[in-house]
Design a protein around this ligand. Sequence first.
Ligand SMILES: [Zn+2]
Length: 959
Amino acid sequence: MNYEESFKKIEEKWQKSWEQKKAFQPAIEKPKKKLFITVPYPYTSGPLHIGHGRTYTIADVYVRFQRMQGQNVLWPMAFHITGTPILAVSRRIEQADKEAVKTYEEYISLYEKDKKKAKKILDSFIEPQKVADFFSDVIIHDFKSLGFSIDWSRKFTTGDLEYNKFIEWQFHRLRDLDLITKGTHPVLYCVNDKNAVGEDDIQNGDTIEPGIEEYTIIKFKFQDSYIIAATLMPHTIFGATNIFVNPNTAYYKFKVQNEIWIGSKEFFEKLSYQGKNVEKIKTISGFDLIGKNCVAPLTGKELQILPAEFPNPDIGSGIVYSVPAHSIADYAALEDLKKNENLVKKYNMNYSVVQKIAPISVVKTPELGEVPARDLYNKFGIKNQMDEKLPDATKELYSKEFHFGVMLNNSGDFSEMKVSEARESVKKKLLELNLADNFHEVTALELPVMCRCGGKVVVSLLKDQWYINYGDEGWKENTRNCLNKMLILPQMYKPLFESTINWLHERACARMRGLGTKLPWDERWIIESLSDSTIYMAFYTVINLIRTNKIKPEQLTRKFWDYVFLGAHSSKEIAQETKIKDKVLNEIHESFEYWYPNDLRHTAVGHITNHLTFFIFNHVALFPEKYWPKSITLNEFLIREGAKMSKSKGNDVPLDEIPRTYGADLYRLYIVSGANLEAVVDWTEKNVLSAQKRLNRLYELSDEIIKHKTQSAGRKATTIDLWLKSRFNSMLKIVTQDLQNFKMRDYSQRAFFEFLNDLGYYYQRSKENINYFLLKKILANWLKILSPLIPHTAEEFWNKLGNKKLISLEKWPALDETAISKEVEISENLILNTHKDVEQIIQLIEKKPKKIMLFAVPSWKYEVYKGTLEGKQIRDFMQNPELKKFGNELVNYYNKLGAKKFELSKEILDSKKELEVLKEAKQFFESSFNCKFEILETEKSTNPKAKIADVMKPGIYLE
Ligand SMILES: [Zn+2]
């Protein structure tokens, strides 16, 4: 039998068996130790791809391992449908949006081959619930066919009425605790939906890192109006030399309260979302502004307006005040202009005036020269103002100046001030003088930022917006305390949690549209998706009982949850209020008490700065300390053939394809053995194939072992038998620790690949004398160790070994510490290496020998070798008359060892043992090389090869 041919049948068979036997639905079993593990519920707007599968696979391996360790493990799963993405899908299908229809046709075709039925499903998607239903079924199907040992009896969606009641309780509690605020705050906002949006709603929101940055917009007096320029570094106003406008941009002249401003059309539009009353007066082309002068605030300096390509109408006001000493783009734009006399003349400007504009330095920074922008312009080899290297160069300059820079003496009241302070002080001064204003801008790695609905995302100041106040200092402090007690793996991520707790502030928690739970005290609002997914782990512990006891949503009152989660009120009182029986209430409360807290949450690294930190915050606020989360483990993502996977690139592999094309066990083996948690795994077809070959080898070996009907030990254990036992137990010892510490790659490499090699070597070495009794025992235990990793394969061969129960529910093998023998493993290395050396010599002389002689190390050499390892000197050896008689030969040998003192292996045998081991392997050597062998004592031989025998390296003579 071979993996490639049989995986489909085998995998389906065992998946069915697990389901029929309800193998992974734990019940409360006191006093058995419980372990409650969660992984974020998937969002149901589309199918998952193999990248998503990595997180769930790692969790499953751990869950299966802990189950075999004797823990009562609960790993449930549910579905997230909150927010606008599913609504957006429905709307786009309804509008027959070509791209959406094509995408969703493809998705459906993965699961429904009948075209008529597929069309019907697509048509049903105009109803959002149908989208959620279809994809949650699809994800269940995918997860089952990957062998995930999930308890599905507790599944729910975040749109279920029971869930709504639970979330209502959460928000009432947060409000009672004074952690909900209302106010006006900048939020990312879709101009189309007229609604605040989160990462989930934004196109590529998970990769482009959308955010909000606070700019200062500065007013430059210009005729009857102000030219407006936005900046992140208002302190550089002292170094302004000119203004840049884009000659190809249409600017607006418009009224703001009682002032007149000039800025790009896009700027004008954005201001209206930020609480400004704006009224357009007229359009002015950039061309018309060029050559004229305006006046800088604070310095009163006249600045000429010059043309440049780089000012982007979409960023700030589309106008830039130029600081060529401290902005590389400004420096580059000025250089471009100075190099182009014709262009300057085209705008009717005086070329000599432009030529005379020189950078004015206002900040001094160690390591940077007098004109830092010019230095970095040269260092990065910037060619012009549109150069692609500009962002990197600018980042370096800004960061250094901000952290280490000091204002020069030409900066008025701000001279000698640190840049980090001056930035705030200059801004404050400008605001006081009404020569500046605050302005919020969308930032992202790719601009413009677009909503999934197709609308542009801007910053809006929302009034009457509800917030969760993650900025509350007392709350932060408790959250830090909880984090300090938590285990975070890999540990390197812990500081990211710490800094997230530090910078988090009020976060908008409700939207005007979307699926989900209504804010209980203001039903115009719906709680958004990162706010209704912070404590749902608690819901898993009770939802099955709510359903089996047929409790209606309206019975799930605030007091009901108070009782279940906090033990508040008496069950009698709650029974009266809710009409739920006393006994049932107790049962539900006990279930929560038994399973909580959530012992481990496993997910991908990307969730730290939002979901995972909110998860800790909310638990800390709502539950007593004994129910706070215990640990979080995180894994990096998966790429394919060296590239990041995405639907838009067309290089994503849907999870659905795995069980058909590769098989679940191959996928699991590859994903888990590819890298430990902190590294990215690359899915390459070539490497997948080589893993498949190894799985095939396991199938062949297992079949071969099982077909031998050995009942008893039959013979005394040989060195190679002892070696196999030792290797197996060493491996068991290490991989048990690996699994406990989430070292998934190390576990799978050792348990699968390395031990498979060991078995192969055992076969080669034992040939006619294979101990099948031993092999069967080892196979049975090995399958247990592999069962978390390749559960279908493990069940199959476990069953073939004659076992009736599931291996998934077996106990982890017991370690036989006494079987681990360093000496046995060293002995076998001696045989293996000697075998290799003989092979090489035969190849070299290119003829078949009649007889081969092996000379074991003489005892005096062993003594000198061992003594050298212990740090003995030549005189120490010479004091020993037994050694002294070897005279010059000993000195030469000692010098030879001294030359490679630090490379000498400590894994050695004494000369007697070495001879014995070689003698025992005589038969193996003879049958392997089909030639007679003689194993000899070096001291009794005059053969020249005897002289070169060394520790763990016998002399070899071919006749
Ligand atoms: Zn939108």
